[in-house]
Write a protein that binds this ligand. Structure first.
Ligand SMILES: [Zn+2]
Length: 418
């Protein structure tokens, strides 16, 4: 009851209910109850509770799936219950999110003090978790894993790359994984007419759909590996030596295929079925999307995998050669050609220029040793000396020709050298 409530009224309530008078703020059914403006310390209890719950899990090495379940199922529901009643300040929510993020991204047991305070994968300044920030962590982690470089493919949606990473670490929740962790329940696959035990290798290799999809994409790629072990199959794709343009596609193919097989398995478990042809089509589509992303200048990439392979096998980069010849100046005009060169850039350098009249006859030529400098300096000095000479000797009107594209653009104002 508020402090300003009249004593008489308080006494009446007390007589009827037998309740004693207490102080604000207090906690009722886990919710802080207070009437002042929202203060951070009113939520201390909530944050403390979340941390305590995390602490009780701390000793156990949780899989990523386990952590995700823990966060979404248990931890987030604690505040959600409260947040549906209260409207806490933003910094409280932010604080909770950071706690969850830390839990999720810790991959090994740390010293107890440090454990909760060390950020592993934090958002960038734009507040997003991006692949490269995760990649930085993976690269600098204690045991750098060369396989990761196969997994992060530029142009492939992050969720797909991330999925393979989890798959590679055997952290997907399949029935056999649950069993290994001590949960016994009846396992039954959702793909076969006579259901078998659902195992990792069954989902990704031996279901009728899986084996058909692998064989189709293998066949066109010329890969031959038995469908026995998932990692072996994935490595076969990564290690195939092929035409350079096909390399990103071969790296991505096993990721895309396992991603689609996983989606099919989850769909058939929950809502309905996805046909094998549909899986093949979707793998095709993602590979096509990736090819177009990586080679945007190729406008005629076909959707079907065999066509893509044929295209890139026969791919020859187009070289454009253009013959450049010197042309005499307009009537009455002079022309100055300048040239600067550096052996080593920086290294021993020299400049040269020559002035010619409208008949193309040489009026003057000079070469100067510049000592050690860079290409661009030599080019620039050649222009300056060429111009100076032409002005001093009345060789104008004048056309200046340089072989430095950079300086041409700078002089014409197209590029700002600063
Ligand atoms: Zn099956």
């Amino acid at each position: 009851m508020h402090a300003n409530v009249a004593q008489v009224l308080f006494q009446t309530v007390s007589d009827i209910t037998g309740f004693a008078r207490g102080e604000f703020a207090f906690t009722y059914l886990g919710c802080p109850v207070f009437y002042t403006r929202r203060r951070k310390d009113c939520y201390d209890d909530l944050v403390k509770k979340v941390k305590a719950r995390l602490h009780s899990w701390k000793g156990k090495l949780l899989s990523f799936g386990g952590k995700a379940t823990l966060i979404t199922g248990v931890l987030q529901s604690m505040p959600v219950h409260l947040l549906s009643v209260l409207d806490p300040p933003d910094n409280i929510l932010e604080h909770l999110h950071k706690i969850f993020a830390r839990l999720f991204w810790i991959t090994k047991e740390e010293g107890s003090e440090e454990y909760w305070d060390r950020p592993y994968w934090m958002p960038t300044s734009s507040d997003k978790f991006i692949v490269s920030s995760a990649w930085q962590i993976l690269r600098h982690s204690a045991n750098p894993n060369p396989k990761f470089k196969h997994m992060w493919i530029k142009g492939l949606p992050f969720k797909i790359s991330f999925f393979l990473w989890i798959l590679w670490r055997h952290k997907l929740s399949t029935d056999d994984l649950w069993k290994r962790q001590g949960y016994i329940h009846v396992s039954r696959c959702w793909c076969c007419q006579h259901p078998r035990k659902e195992t990792f290798d069954h989902i990704f290799l031996t279901t009728p759909t899986a084996s058909k999809v692998w064989k189709i994409f293998f066949g066109d790629a010329g890969i031959n590996v038995p469908l026995v072990q998932v990692k072996q199959v994935i490595r076969a794709w990564w290690n195939t030596k092929y035409y350079p343009k096909l390399r990103p596609l071969f790296q991505a193919a096993p990721t895309i295929i396992t991603w689609e097989l996983r989606k099919k398995r989850n769909t058939s478990r929950n809502v309905g079925t996805i046909s094998t042809n549909r899986v093949i089509h979707k793998v095709n589509k993602t590979l096509h999307y990736l090819a177009r992303f990586r080679y945007p200048w190729l406008s005629h990439i076909l959707v079907m995998w065999p066509d893509m392979i044929k295209l890139f096998e026969g791919y020859k980069p187009i070289l454009i050669t253009k013959k450049v010849t010197w042309q005499a100046s307009y009537e009455g005009w002079y022309k100055c050609n300048t040239y600067g060169a550096s052996k080593g850039n920086p290294g021993p350098s020299s400049l040269g220029f020559c002035g010619r009249n409208d008949a193309g006859d040489l009026v003057y030529a000079r070469a100067v040793d510049l000592g050690v400098t860079t290409n661009i300096v030599a080019e620039a000095k050649a222009i300056v000396q060429g111009l100076e000479y032409c002005i001093e000797h009345d060789l104008h009107p004048l056309i200046l020709e340089t072989n430095s594209l950079v300086l041409k653009k700078v002089i014409e104002g197209e590029w700002d050298p600063h």
